[in-house]
Design a protein around this ligand. Structure first.
Ligand SMILES: NC(=O)c1ccc[n+]([C@@H]2O[C@H](COP(=O)([O-])OP(=O)(O)OC[C@H]3O[C@@H](n4cnc5c(N)ncnc54)[C@H](O)[C@@H]3O)[C@@H](O)[C@H]2O)c1
Length: 316
């Protein structure tokens, strides 16, 4: 039986603890369990975050184990190692898939039937791994994908055009990583095509602005990591947004990573595209029209992911 007031967070580092802090303030849940191999870290974060409860809504927050996750509505998985100097991308993939092999089977054995939200990187590969290992219906396993990158895009376009980012409708699609791309051809502000809106605001050099903004979005994480070692507040808000969509059964459109079943000719890969999210996870994907160039970028991104997936052993 799912307790739809309960959430679990696995991995209580920068991202897990910030996400837990955001979820504590959200009012969505009345119980939150924190799990980490570093049990003292989980205990410390639970103690610290629970002291904010008198300023939010009543909530039980505690460090626990996989015995506590069976009835959770959502499990957010942020456990993962960061890339070390000299380590290849594939080394990191193998390391984090190894961590998932120690986590996902325990979640499966608990009898968990809720929604698994994967945040650890490389998020598309790990979402695919979690789909393979969890035994959950594929629509109940979601990666945070390009939700954060899309928030960065909206923020930067909002700044560029002096408009509320919430009125910007534009998506970053593809891999959450170097091969991601902005789907400019479908971008709108308040129902007005982006380029028309840009001209209204006195910006005419569309190609240069698009290239600059897409590059800034892609490099945001590198810049933040260089300056403060990790990124966590933006992703924490993204986790809260996705959890809200699920818990409130919003049917809202978010560019999460999920298993492709023929969309844009893609199969057997988890990648981000606009997706309707409700109480059961993925309701359906929204195949926004892409230009020829964007379609090529999406397939390039999918090929890059597939090349990695093909080299990984997912057997738990
Ligand atoms: N998807 C996104 O948009 C996005 C954004 C930022 C960071 N991330 C990713 O989130 C992950 C976490 O980043 P961070 O900065 O919090 O790292 P961190 O090193 O601060 O935290 C990782 C935590 O995972 C724990 N952990 C490791 N193995 C575990 C296991 N087997 N079981 C339980 N816990 C385990 C560690 O003890 C640690 O507390 C990284 O993979 C990072 O790249 C994703």
């Amino acid at each position: 039986m799912i307790n739809d007031r309960k959430v679990a967070v696995v991995g209580c580092g920068f991202v897990g603890s910030s996400s837990a802090f955001a979820l504590m303030q959200s009012g969505l849940f009345s119980e939150m369990v924190l799990i980490d191999v570093d049990t003292r870290r989980a205990e410390g974060e639970a103690l610290d975050i629970v002291h904010g409860v008198p300023f939010a809504s009543p909530m039980k927050i505690y460090a626990g184990t996989y015995d506590d996750v069976a009835d959770a509505a959502i499990i957010v998985v942020t456990a993962g190692a960061a890339q070390k100097p000299g380590e290849t991308r594939l080394d990191l993939v193998n390391k984090n898939v190894g961590i998932f092999k120690s986590i996902i089977p325990q979640i499966r054995e608990s009898g968990f039937k809720g929604i698994l939200l994967v945040v650890a990187n490389p998020v598309d590969v790990l979402t695919y791994a979690a789909i393979r290992m969890s035994g959950l219906p594929e629509g109940r396993v979601i990666g945070s994908g390009t939700v954060l990158d899309t928030a960065r895009l909206k923020y930067m376009l909002g700044e560029h055009l002096d408009v509320d980012p919430r009125d910007v409708h534009a998506y970053i699609m593809g891999e959450h990583g170097d091969s991601e791309f902005a789907a400019w051809s479908s971008a709108m502000v308040a129902g007005v095509p982006l380029n028309t809106f840009c001209e209204m605001r006195g910006h005419r050099d569309h190609k240069a602005a698009e290239a600059r903004i897409a590059e800034n979005v892609k490099n945001s994480a590198y810049e933040i990591i260089e300056k403060k070692r990790a990124t966590y507040y933006g992703i924490a808000m993204s986790v809260k947004r996705i959890c809200t969509a699920i818990m409130r059964d919003e049917d809202c459109v978010l560019p999460v990573s999920s298993l492709m079943v023929g969309e844009y000719g893609l199969n057997d890969i988890a990648i981000s595209m606009p997706t309707i999210i409700g109480k059961d996870g993925v309701v359906c994907r929204v195949p926004v029209a892409l230009s020829d160039d964007e379609m090529e970028q999406l397939h390039g991104s999918a090929d890059a992911l597939k090349a990695i997936i093909d080299q990984v052993d997912f057997e738990a």
